[in-house]
Design a protein around this ligand. Structure first.
Ligand SMILES: [Zn+2]
Length: 263
């Protein structure tokens, strides 16, 4: 919600909101025209749904394979999803996309990985994880999360409009990682540009803290840090990540700059 209350319906707005009778648990509205489904791994995997000014329903990210059943319930509750836009193509962000039905879009630099069957991307180096347990557990989990290759219908790039949000390129963790940014109320959906969990120790970060993802996952860790600084420069007020809940506050600059320096 903005300080002025919900956005009034505009011309052509289908006024779309999901039918509460059909919704699964762990589904909630998190901002004006923005909804979230949590699932898998203690609800740490997030799929977002955005309703555009013209009524277009866009799904942002696609969680893990096991979330397909609940993802289908949400699609039904909305009366259909018009398209899926992947924040990036990692196994835990594309899981439901191959079988849900709507056309799938991503950044051009993410197409090859989205269309590959591989659960673990070629640039990842899980041996860089400091602790033994995550090093052993992640390869197993990533194969479980993986829904397989996605057929990409089209691409979106920085500056494109997606359901009233602007596409922002945040490369580093993945080459074509993108976020959705709405300047009017400072809402940013950022996929894995930041983590609110400590992936190297498999536990949440302290409340209100964030981190650049661990270099073990990174396509280019130096660029991943720059992308966190790029996010800080937008001066977001609500940052919704791919995992865990959110960062919220009038000035998140210090939090995000500290996050960029974490690894
Ligand atoms: Zn990722």
């Amino acid at each position: 919600m903005t300080a002025d209350g919900p956005t009034p319906p505009e011309a052509g707005d289908r006024g779309k909101s999901p039918d509460p009778e059909l919704l699964p648990k762990k589904f909630e509205q998190v901002a004006d025209r923005v909804y979230r489904l949590r699932g898998d791994l203690q609800g740490a995997m997030n799929i977002y749904f955005v309703v555009g000014p013209d009524g277009e329903v866009v799904q942002f990210d696609a969680g893990t394979r096991i979330m397909l059943k609940n993802n289908r319930k949400v699609a039904e509750a909305f009366g259909g999803i018009d398209r899926i836009v992947l924040g990036h193509a990692h196994a835990d962000h594309r899981g439901t996309a191959p079988r849900l039905g709507p056309p799938v879009y991503c950044h051009p630099a993410e197409v090859a990985d989205a269309e590959s069957e591989a659960a673990i991307n070629s640039y990842m180096n899980l041996r860089e994880l400091e602790y033994m347990k995550p090093r052993l557990v992640y390869p197993v989990m990533m194969r479980l999360w993986n829904g397989g290759a996605v057929k990409v219908a089209g691409t979106v790039e920085e500056g494109d409009d997606v359901a009233g949000f602007e596409v922002i390129h945040f490369p580093g963790h993945a080459p074509g990682l993108i976020g959705l940014w709405r300047e009017s109320d400072g809402v940013a959906l950022v996929s894995d540009t930041i983590y609110l969990v400590d992936s190297a120790r498999l536990k949440p970060l302290p409340e209100g803290e964030a981190s650049v993802p661990h270099p073990a996952w990174a396509w280019d860790h130096r660029q991943a840090k720059e992308s966190v600084r790029k996010l800080a420069a937008l001066k977001p007020q609500k940052v919704f990540a791919g995992h865990d809940d959110r960062l919220e506050g009038d000035d998140l600059t210090a939090t995000l700059l500290a996050a960029a320096d974490r690894y």
